[in-house]
Write a protein of this length. Structure first.
Length: 364
């Protein structure tokens, strides 16, 4: 048996007829950019998250850097972000000339809320929370810190579509929630796509203008903007998948529950769900000091894995200019050396998962 760490074709096949009908409908419509499908998706996704407004964009990275820019954050400013995130979170800060200030993660792989305040300076303008792996940060503490210090709160929800803290959806706790709909996401498109959600009408309006070359009326430009428009085809396909998000999420929660109940692999630490949260399990991430041995063993048995992420941003070649060195963030670096994502995807069969579990439990 050959099992990939992630499969996107299963998610397509599950709703194939609906996807194909929607794609054909959009192609036949003759309207491919900023039309009815985008408007409908924006309305539907805002309602799904509980936000007042949604603005569709070309990618999750665009959502991040444009949100940072439109919140007025730039050169000389600092934004606090967790150290073990994907590099796109950091790029959303540095593209605008601002400086990322890293905070170690907690045992749930999220930003450690108890370590945020010690990193706040007179130059701090925002906290960027990344709900990593489909889990949720301690938003009650983080909201209180941001209110106390008058900081903007940005949520990177690229991996947390539908995740909740005390019943409230991620993306709706701060000034803006930034989403990616990359194909591998729980709510995935069939190419690059993204969006922001917000309750701020001025920010939503500014984002609509900025995404379209800074124009609210053709050939009349209010600002120097960007070309970051969610296209009609992706919006239409996202509308189809959004209708099935509860089913998709429950399926992943059941897969995670089975892993957590039945895995008894030597030397492996299993992930846990924070109290008062509803995780959507974008990844099932274990930790082990024998990672390379386990990777090779699973490969020999036809099971693929992925490391999310092997090089933390502060040690990336791209960010040498920040002046960080190995040892600056030991928890972050420890996670980078030991985390491993095992197979988890929409449409994963019980046979595939049981085979994965059985192989892992035989690892000595």
């Amino acid at each position: 048996m050959k099992i990939m760490p992630n499969r996107m074709d299963y998610g397509f096949q599950k709703y194939q007829k609906e996807f194909e009908e929607k794609a054909l409908s959009v192609l036949r419509s003759g309207w491919y950019v900023l039309g009815n499908e985008v408007r409908t998706f924006e309305e539907n996704f805002a309602a799904y998250t509980g936000a007042k407004y949604c603005v569709g964009l070309a990618s999750g990275l665009d959502a991040l850097w444009m949100a940072v820019r439109l919140l007025g954050i730039g050169a000389g400013d600092e934004v606090i972000v967790q150290g073990n995130t994907y590099i796109a979170s950091v790029m959303g800060i540095t593209i605008n000339g601002a400086t990322p200030v890293f905070v170690e993660p907690d045992s749930f792989y999220q930003i450690d809320a108890d370590r945020i305040e010690e990193k706040i300076t007179e130059r701090t303008k925002a906290v960027m929370v990344v709900h990593l792996y489909g889990h949720v940060a301690d938003m009650q503490k983080i909201q209180a810190i941001c209110r106390k210090h008058h900081l903007r709160l940005i949520e990177d929800c690229a991996q947390s579509h539908g995740a909740k803290y005390r019943g409230q959806m991620t993306g709706t706790f701060g000034d803006v929630g930034c989403f990616s709909f990359y194909p591998s996401k729980n709510l995935g498109a069939f190419g690059d796509a993204g969006a922001i959600v917000t309750d701020d009408p001025e920010l939503a309006d500014a984002m609509r203008v900025y995404r379209n070359y800074g124009s609210e009326k053709r050939y009349y430009n209010r600002v120097v903007g960007a070309n970051s428009r969610l296209d009609e085809l992706q919006a239409g396909l996202l509308n189809v998948r959004l209708q099935h998000m509860q089913e998709i999420t429950e399926e992943r929660r059941q897969l995670a529950e089975r892993y957590s109940r039945e895995l008894h692999c030597a030397g492996v630490i299993l992930p846990e769900e924070r109290e008062n949260t509803y995780a959507v399990w974008h990844q099932y991430v274990i930790r082990t000091d024998r990672r390379q041995e386990l990777i090779e063993y699973l490969n020999e048995n036809g099971i693929g894995t992925i490391i999310h992420y092997p090089i933390p941003p502060h040690l990336s070649e791209a960010y040498r200019g920040l002046g960080h060195k190995k040892g600056d963030y030991p928890v972050t670096e420890r996670y980078a050396d030991t985390v491993l994502s095992i197979p988890m995807y929409t449409g994963m069969t019980e046979e595939e998962q049981q085979y994965t579990i059985a192989c892992m439990n035989r690892f000595k």
